[in-house]
Ligand binder design. Structure first.
Ligand code: SIN
Ligand code: MN
Length: 294
């Protein structure tokens, strides 16, 4: 699969048409995707940043149409809810369909990732959609992603970024993500493994710790239309309630991690943490760096 993916990436870089624009247009493309100083400050302070209107309604419709086919498959990468059996999370999407292979190299992810992490190569650690089905979508307990990345995969530092696209309007009703702003600031919080209460074992953060962190930082729940992007850091405490509304809440999630911070063990199946650490480069970035000068 890894070989096929490398092949796909090379093919796409040649066919998407980037590289034909003027150097000025290429530079404008890269600047379009950069986070403003205010947004970078917000990410550093709160641990997350919300970016409305980053993806168009047509792009979201196209992604959702592709997703519908992938979700209907019966395979281990489609993880199901404990009670209803409906798909909770569809994983490894970039090795299952070209549309998602293209998405993980989108400059709207990679330009901000490189701004935040510095000039370092990143790989696609995990690529999924969390579905949160209408009526039956279950909760995600309080946790932060680094707890799992560290304890399960041996990732050394909390550097990974979780980058989302809202594929439905996210409201207070359909199981939105809830963050504790600033909960990353003192370093990763105490955590413990919960294998009992959800469909996926998860390293969770207990009520006392959540209470203390929320006393200081409060809670934040980004509600925003489909097409919104969201970036949050690996040590930020978050969770989401069940979806009792009649509206599903699909969210695309790409976790990128610096290659130098890669996993130290391969205990989990590949779709939880991809072993292919080939650096991601957007076709626009490649074109700019190989051909561009003003
Ligand atoms: C959610 O989709 O509501 C939770 C996702 C996550 O914890 O990364
Ligand atoms: Mn998480």
């Amino acid at each position: 699969m890894a070989v096929a993916l490398v092949y796909q990436r090379a093919e796409m870089a040649n066919t998407v048409g980037v590289g034909t624009e003027s150097p000025k247009a290429r530079l404008a493309l890269l600047h379009r995707d950069r986070l403003s100083p205010k947004r970078l400050e917000c990410f550093a302070r709160d641990g997350f940043v919300v970016l409305p209107d980053r993806f168009t309604p047509d792009e979201v419709a196209d992604i959702n149409a592709t997703l519908a086919t992938l979700i209907s498959e019966d395979r281990p990468e489609n993880i199901r809810e404990k009670s209803s059996g409906v798909v909770r999370t569809a994983m490894a999407l970039h090795v299952r369909h070209e549309r998602f292979a293209r998405l993980v190299e989108d400059p709207r992810f990679l330009v901000p990732a490189h701004q935040i992490l510095g000039d370092t190569d990143v790989y696609a650690q995990q690529v999924k959609v969390n579905v949160k089905a209408a009526f039956t979508g279950e909760q995600w307990q309080w946790h932060y992603d680094f707890a799992t990345h560290h304890h399960e995969d041996g990732v050394p530092e909390p550097l990974a970024l979780n980058m989302h696209i809202f594929l439905d309007d996210v409201t207070e009703f359909n199981g939105p993500l809830v963050f504790i702003p600033g909960s990353h600031l003192d370093g990763p919080a105490p955590t413990a493994l919960d294998t009992a209460t959800t469909s996926c074992p998860l390293w969770t953060v207990g009520p006392d710790v959540v209470g203390t962190l929320a006393e200081r930082g409060g809670l934040a729940c980004p509600r925003s239309p489909a097409g919104t992007a969201l970036i949050f850091g690996d040590a930020l405490v978050h969770g989401s309630p069940p979806n009792m509304s009649p509206w599903q809440r699909r969210v695309f999630s790409l976790i990128v991690n610096p290659v130098g911070n890669r996993q130290r063990n391969d205990r989990r199946p590949d779709h939880f943490h991809h072993r292919d650490t080939t650096p991601l480069h957007s076709p626009a970035q490649v074109a700019y760096h190989s051909k561009g000068s003003l």
